[in-house]
Design a protein around this ligand. Structure first.
Ligand code: SF4
Length: 360
């Protein structure tokens, strides 16, 4: 039985972070109510599906009142078949307290993803985050005491002025928390954001320095028992994100909410990123981006994001070409070949776009 993932995009943020270009809008209760009704409407229109992951992403899903999250989960339980689901919610640390976390636990949410970003408060301030590392630590320790056993934190690298010592300090502090997973993102300056200004750009580390930081991070996280399983993701054994693995393994998922993407029914498509349109239309407006997904190129491209890599026997027509290319890149330390499995090394991940282009 094919089990899909469900992604719910919650498009509200308290304050827009100056580096972020994700679709989100300011929060108000009236819009949150209408949004929740529209999400439930879309859930009721789903066909008879089996799903084993649910992911509340955003935006800031933890801004949504817990009753609304519960109503969405009820609608899912009522309308589709949830099979021992991994249920994740992304959390901005300054938007939750003990009571909220207890309610998440009671309603069956079993994975929390905290946007911690850094253990250094001056870096958090620069990023426009409203939490300190101490407040994040407190709430994560509270989550652990409540009984959450699968907690992830985000960590950002390549920040203006960030040194290797700063990064090692943040990793050390994160590793001291009761968490099982770390997602690490390299800061990029996006065009239509306040960070796209000379004051920030002039302080950005150059690419070579960011590459050094990345390799230091991979090694240090491994020393702490967080093993890399994807370009940007690290976990203790058995705590890989089941939901996100669906993206990289080319498995199906249905996205609900404005700006949510789907891979379902032999199509890739997204819902128009416009909350007003979403809550005022009888059904979501979608744009199809691919009528023939899951082809060879895409499977190679996504598979090579994972440390498990690709099995050349899954691509019989390309097997000889893949092995030949891999042998060339192996001598540069960018690729590993283990029997019929080809995977990228951490050095290879840094050049993943050009290496993947060579393979496809
Ligand atoms: S909270 Fe997350 S989604 Fe919202 S603006 Fe900040 S980074 Fe972007």
């Amino acid at each position: 039985m094919n089990k899909i993932g469900i992604y719910i995009h919650v498009p509200f943020c308290g304050v827009k972070c100056p580096y972020c270009d994700f679709y989100s809008t300011s929060y108000n209760l009236k819009n949150a109510e209408k949004y929740t009704e529209s999400v439930i409407r879309d859930i009721q229109n789903l066909p008879d599906l089996y799903a084993d992951t649910v992911y509340f992403g955003g935006g800031t899903p933890s801004l949504l009142p817990t009753d609304f999250i519960e109503q969405i989960l009820w609608a899912l339980k009522k309308n589709i078949n949830l099979v021992c689901p991994e249920i994740t919610i992304e959390i901005n640390p300054c938007t939750v307290n003990k009571q909220k976390l207890e309610k998440y636990h009671d309603m069956g949410i079993n994975r929390l993803s905290f946007g911690v970003q850094s253990a250094i408060d001056s870096e958090l301030k620069l990023l426009g985050r409203k939490h300190t590392f101490e407040s994040s630590s407190e709430i994560i320790n509270t989550a652990c005491k409540i009984g959450f056993k699968n907690i992830s934190c985000d960590l950002m690298i390549g920040l203006p002025g960030q040194t290797a010592e700063n990064l090692l300090y943040s990793i050390d502090k994160l590793a001291g928390l009761p968490i099982q997973h770390i997602s690490s993102y390299i800061l990029k300056i996006e065009e239509n954001t306040p960070f796209n200004c000379s004051g920030i750009i002039n302080k950005m580390p150059d690419d070579d320095y960011v590459s050094d930081l990345y390799l230091i991070m991979v090694k240090e996280l491994q020393n702490y028992g967080f093993f890399q399983y994807e370009i940007s993701n690290f976990s203790r054994s058995g705590f890989e994100s089941k939901h996100n693995l669906k993206y990289w393994k080319c498995m199906e998922y249905v996205g609900i909410g404005p700006a949510a993407h789907s891979y379902y029914d032999n199509k890739r498509f997204f819902i128009t990123p416009d909350l007003n349109k979403y809550i005022n239309s009888p059904e979501p407006e979608i744009t199809v981006t691919d009528y023939n997904p899951g082809q060879t190129d895409e499977r190679i491209m996504l598979g090579l994001r994972l440390t498990d890599g690709i099995n050349v026997n899954d691509f019989p027509d390309l097997k000889a070409k893949l092995i030949k290319k891999a042998c060339l890149l192996e001598s540069n330390g960018l690729v590993k070949i283990d029997n019929d499995i080809i995977s990228l090394t951490p050095e290879g991940f840094l050049l993943s776009n050009s290496i993947i282009n060579e393979f496809i």
